[in-house]
Design a protein around this ligand. Structure first.
Ligand code: SF4
Length: 380
């Protein structure tokens, strides 16, 4: 297999609430819940807003944000005002765009993760203007859980304390709960002062610019496992197929579980806080469900570039491959910008098949009809 091209133009910014992205089904309005947690009342409110102002579809993103889809442009202002009333849009447009803060889902009030995150959010105005995708991972539990998730500056646990680590470096600078945010702000200013804005991301910047020596003193502990579906010390975990929920299904889950809050994760998993697992026909309740191994973008139903109904096809093909499957409406590969065992790519109304590669790699078979795919994938 050889690469035939670079990734086609992908959006270089994350849509925010104030600066939504227009998609095939209307505006996409992103909500960044503080500490990735919404109370039950906020969640019920969000479901109502998704139905009133949008299509009733809510995405779960790989930054543990929520996106209300299908918002009609004339409803955008009203939606912003309603989100503010729910306490889900606490800051002004400049600060909201900087509130890219990822946390593991098992923080508890008063621990290092929640304390540092709350202080960072209060001090967002001390950060320089950062590239749109620049973000923080406050990952200060017993060991890191977010090492493979997007984060340019991280707080992580070592064997005997905490470090602030720049993405791309193996080691970090020792900090305490009290000094962590000062250090993150200082590192963000270094990033901009050393020309990082054009590189956009810390790891990329550090391939051409040397980080200060004292940034590389202590290594983080070995990564711990992410949550699995079912009972969890903080409640119950459910899978969200393709990261997309229907408001009425989410409302039903909350009602059935009686949970007091919802936590969102970057892994298409949600956690109902302090509640036992309940049966669900719409959320994934089995860790072995093959839908968990499939990435599929919104495709023709939600994107003008989509060549076919990606998610309908993904459901038809679920379980045919033991490994990962990526169903991409076009070669941009929005749902999974990394290799999968099998990738299906829409092109000119037909589907190309890439094995062990990316959507923009050389396909092993071209211009397949959807009806041919089961046999082709089964033969791999
Ligand atoms: S990969 Fe999917 S969501 Fe991204 S541009 Fe193509 S069709 Fe649209």
């Amino acid at each position: 297999m050889s690469q035939i091209a670079q990734r086609p133009d992908a959006k270089g910014w994350c849509p925010g609430a104030y600066r939504p992205m227009m998609s095939g089904d209307g505006l996409v309005v992103r909500v960044r819940p503080t500490l990735a947690r919404l109370t039950a009342d906020q969640t019920f409110g969000l479901c109502d807003l998704a139905e009133r102002h949008g299509s009733g579809v809510i995405d779960l993103t790989n930054r543990a944000n929520l996106q209300i889809r299908g918002v009609r442009p004339e409803n955008h202002e009203a939606l912003l005002s309603d989100l503010q009333s729910l306490g889900l849009l606490p800051d002004d447009p400049d600060l909201e765009a900087r509130r890219n803060v990822l946390v593991p889902p098992d923080w508890v009030d008063g621990d290092a993760t929640s304390t540092i995150t709350r202080e960072l959010i209060q001090r967002l105005d001390e950060l320089p203007l950062l590239p749109e995708k620049f973000g923080f991972a406050i990952d200060a539990g017993t060991a890191p859980m977010l090492a493979n998730q997007s984060g340019d500056l991280r707080i992580e646990r070592t064997v005997d304390g905490l470090i602030a680590r720049a993405d791309g470096l193996k080691r970090g600078l020792p900090v305490t709960v009290e000094t962590a945010v000062d250090q993150l702000i200082e590192m963000a200013h270094w990033f901009i002062a050393s020309g990082g804005f054009d590189a956009k991301r810390m790891a990329r910047h550090l391939t051409s610019v040397k980080a200060p020596n004292d940034w590389q003193q202590a290594a983080p502990r070995q990564e711990r496992a992410r949550p699995v579906i079912g009972q969890h010390p903080n409640g119950a975990v459910y899978g969200v197929a393709f990261g997309q929920m229907i408001a009425q299904d989410l409302r039903a889950l909350l009602n059935a579980s009686g949970c007091k809050a919802l936590r969102v994760t970057p892994w298409r998993l949600i956690l109902t806080e302090d509640a036992a697992p309940v049966a669900s026909n719409t959320f994934i309740t089995d860790q072995n469900d093959p839908l968990l191994r499939i990435d599929a973008c919104s495709g023709a139903k939600g994107c003008p570039a989509g060549e076919f109904d990606t998610r309908m096809l993904a459901r038809e093909l679920a379980g045919l491959t033991e490994g990962s499957l990526h169903v991409s409406g076009c070669a941009k590969g929005c749902a999974r910008p990394r290799a999968a065992d099998v990738t299906l790519v829409g092109r000119d109304g037909k589907i190309d098949l890439v094995q062990n590669g990316l959507p923009w790699d050389e396909p092993m078979a071209r211009a397949l009809a959807a009806s041919e795919l089961k046999d082709r994938i089964g033969d791999l």
